[in-house]
Design a protein. Structure first.
Length: 179
């Protein structure tokens, strides 16, 4: 008994994705990098708030907790996420987005808050987006992973607190003084 498999047409990208997903049992296409996986792999455990800055969109490579919701180009993978993106397209016609929140590990950025804003910025060809950046470093290390002499200004990564909004904390962290 043989079963004939109907192959999708050559111009049907969505049909090919569904076909591959049916064969492999996994979603077709690449997903975003996972912040938790990369943090564990690099041994990064401490946070240093860098404050607000403009970040290149192409340097944003992953997500904190939502890696499966978007593909590697920040395109939404589910219908309800695409609907939210369509709503934001109408809400921000000039790409004047509120600041997003990112974690950074050795030059790679991961979205904590603002996944749809990043998706819309990429879709519209924006090159930079304003973000509050918190750098994640290895214990007693700098951004490149090298040991740092002296006392580093760090915040314990495992502390369950929201990302600080205060410029006072930013100033104290950047000055190397935490009280």
């Amino acid at each position: 008994m043989s079963t004939k498999v109907q192959m999708p047409g050559k111009h049907s990208r969505g049909a090919w994705r569904r076909f591959i997903q049916g064969l492999t049992g996994r979603p077709a296409g690449e997903v975003l990098r996972s912040f938790d996986s990369d943090r564990r792999a690099k041994g990064a455990m401490h946070l240093v708030e860098l404050g607000a800055t403009d970040v290149p969109i192409m340097a944003i490579v992953g997500s904190v907790g939502r890696a499966g919701d978007f593909d590697h180009k920040f395109r939404p993978r589910q219908t309800h996420l695409r609907q939210r993106l369509a709503y934001l397209e109408r809400a921000f016609p000039d790409c004047d987005f509120p600041t997003i929140d990112l974690y950074e590990i050795q030059g790679h950025y991961y979205v904590l808050d603002g996944h749809h804003r990043v998706a819309l910025a990429r879709k519209r060809g924006v090159h930079y987006i304003t973000a509050r950046v918190v750098q994640v470093r290895p214990p007693n290390g700098d951004a490149s992973g090298h040991a740092v002499a002296g006392k580093a200004a760090t915040i314990n990564f495992l502390r369950p607190e929201p990302m600080p909004q205060s410029s006072t904390l930013s100033t104290r962290v950047l000055a190397g003084v935490l009280t």
